[in-house]
Design a protein around this ligand. Structure first.
Ligand code: GLC
Ligand code: CA
Length: 561
């Protein structure tokens, strides 16, 4: 298997709005990103993914784009972004942008023209349908809840289509002219010097053109759009063309947000000639809930065994197709991993945060760190729905009430799963606004943050932050880099049920990872695992007998000969 230039990257995701405010408006900005480049570099990071900073009315916090080729003034200017690019480059850090091409904002010029004049060419950039009876064209439910069809004002019986919020009209990928405009835009950013893209919601590009209703799968009489508008036959044509017309020409790195790709299609996505350099492994992202779109339906009773199986299964399948996975514990759409994967509040300690980091850092593929994960940030509990900003949280809350759930239980679900858990301002120090801003931030600060901030953790040798730095060093350590990058993946079976263990193997070198994801002591035998490279919590290894305290982890390295 050939090694691609991006295979030993470590990626850091910035959610700009919540990273660092420098002009006293309570909103993070590009200058704030520039100011912390040294901090990011010290984590061993070689690439940054920037969540959307394009011009946007911010209904979905920038994932509703009004101008693909301009920066929203809330964040700064294109010139400032260029400075960010060159400052990152000085530190050998590449930058990838977020590419949102399934939909735009309803404030995008194309959509405005499409509404203003049904005869304009822009009408066919989007998906409009007219019905005879004034009913919506079908019973599909959007990802954020409610019909995928929004009535067009002043045009009776006419609707436009949206997979996400009504303010995010889907682009019509069936239209070649639209596709060409998108490719030009992408190439413009690549010319500007971005290394590539994280590609948003990409499996939604193709919809079933029969637009047929299906039997309802919810009490609202609707059916999830996923069944008719995700990974549908024919998507290959769009994804191949997209790659050829843009990414291939620049040797760009692309990371697909590709929910729902069936195993049999994985090769097409990330095989040697796949549409993308890699896709996120989301196999266990929603392990904590019964239903991915309707979180209010409650929590799942997942076990460490489920987690292990999901993890290993995706790695094995990716290995079979010689594909690379982007490994993630967190992102801006998910609650904090410490709160998600460590069920008991008392166990949500820095040690547990480090154990989780160890679990995913040495899997085949590229580790992604979401801002704040590296200091062990946690969820916090909000007391009222008014404290939330996220459109999907608020919609889920309302769907729950409609479905007969009590306010308390609806709120509890939203607190557990809300995307706003990850979107609170970054904690730089222990002051009122955590050094994020000197004024009230756009979204309330977390209220469970004692000891969890950059300044405090820099001063503590044993902090989560310093542990992430060590992981970064080990990942790039030339003595181990080949095995970390290209070593075969070998799950270790026959371990206690709450222990996740795996090996990476290459030319006689073996890297072994054990993680105890419970608060109970775990004991087992392990042979030929070599010397300890890194450890978290209390662990003894005596004559091949391993004893691991609750929430502990160890990385061992063996050199043959
Ligand atoms: C992706 C983004 C999410 C956004 C959605 C619609 O899932 O990660 O934040 O709401 O796409 O663009
Ligand atoms: Ca600002």
């Amino acid at each position: 298997m050939s090694t691609k230039w991006w295979q030993n990257e470590i990626v850091y995701q910035i959610y700009p709005r919540s990273f660092q405010d420098t002009n006293h408006d309570g909103i993070g900005d590009i200058q704030g990103m520039i100011d912390h480049l040294d901090y990011i570099q010290e984590l061993g990071v070689t690439m940054i993914w920037v969540s959307p900073i394009y011009k946007s009315p911010m209904v979905d916090m920038g994932y509703d784009i009004a101008d693909y080729q301009d920066i929203d003034p809330q964040f700064g200017s294109l010139d400032e972004f260029k400075v960010f690019l060159s400052e990152a480059k000085k530190r050998h850090i590449k930058v990838i942008m977020d590419l949102v091409v399934n939909h735009t904002s309803d404030q995008h010029e194309w959509f405005k023209q499409a509404l203003a004049d049904p005869k304009s060419k822009y009408r066919d950039y989007f998906i409009f349908k007219t019905t005879d009876d004034g009913d919506v064209p079908n019973n599909w439910r959007s990802i954020f809840g409610g019909s995928t069809w929004e009535p067009v004002a002043d045009e009776p019986n006419t609707f436009y289509f949206h997979t996400f919020a009504p303010q995010q009209p889907d682009l019509n990928w069936e239209n070649p002219a639209l596709r060409q405009e998108i490719y030009q835009m992408i190439n413009w950013w690549l010319e500007l010097g971005v290394a590539g893209f994280r590609v948003d919601a990409i499996t939604h590009l193709k919809k079933d053109l029969d637009w047929a209703s299906l039997p309802a799968d919810g009490s609202d009489g609707l059916v999830s759009v996923i069944k008719k508008g995700q990974n549908r036959p024919g998507i290959d044509v769009f994804l191949n063309e997209l790659k050829q017309e843009t990414f291939d020409k620049y040797d760009a790195i692309t990371v697909g947000e590709a929910y729902g790709v069936p195993e049999k299609d994985l090769k097409k996505y990330i095989g040697p000639n796949g549409y993308f350099s890699m896709i996120f492994d989301f196999s266990y992202m929603n392990i904590d809930v019964l239903n991915t779109d309707e979180w209010y339906r409650g929590r799942s009773q997942w076990t460490v065994k489920d987690l292990r199986e999901a993890l290993f299964e995706s790695q094995q399948v990716a290995g079979q197709v010689h594909g690379t996975l982007a490994n993630v514990l967190e992102n801006h759409d998910q609650p904090r991993v410490l709160s998600k994967l460590v069920p008991d509040k008392h166990d949500q300690t820095p040690t547990a945060a480090k154990a989780l980091a160890t679990m995913y850092y040495f899997l085949p593929g590229v580790p992604f760190i979401y801002q704040g994960q590296e200091i062990g940030m946690k969820n916090f509990v909000r007391k009222d729905i008014s404290e939330f900003n996220d459109v999907s949280s608020i919609n889920n809350y309302q769907m729950a009430l409609k479905d007969g759930y009590s306010k308390e239980s609806a709120l509890a679900s939203i607190n557990d799963k809300s995307r706003d858990n990850a979107r609170v301002p970054m904690q730089w120090n222990d002051s009122k606004f955590a050094g994020f801003s000197d004024t009230e931030p756009w979204l309330g600060m977390g209220n469970d943050r004692e000891g969890i901030d950059v300044q405090t953790e820099l001063a503590d040798e044993n902090s989560v932050l310093n542990y992430y730095k060590k992981l970064g060093q080990l990942h790039h350590d030339l003595a181990w880099q080949s095995v970390t990058t290209t070593g075969d993946f070998q799950p270790i079976d026959s371990l206690p049920e709450n222990v996740i263990g795996y090996q990476r193997i290459l030319d006689g070198q073996v890297l072994t990872v054990f993680v105890n994801l419970s608060h109970e002591l775990a004991e087992f035998d392990a042979h030929n695992v070599g010397d300890r490279l890194e450890k978290v919590g209390d662990i003894t290894i005596d004559n091949d007998h391993v004893k691991m305290a609750g929430y502990s982890a160890v990385v061992m390295g063996l050199n043959a000969n």
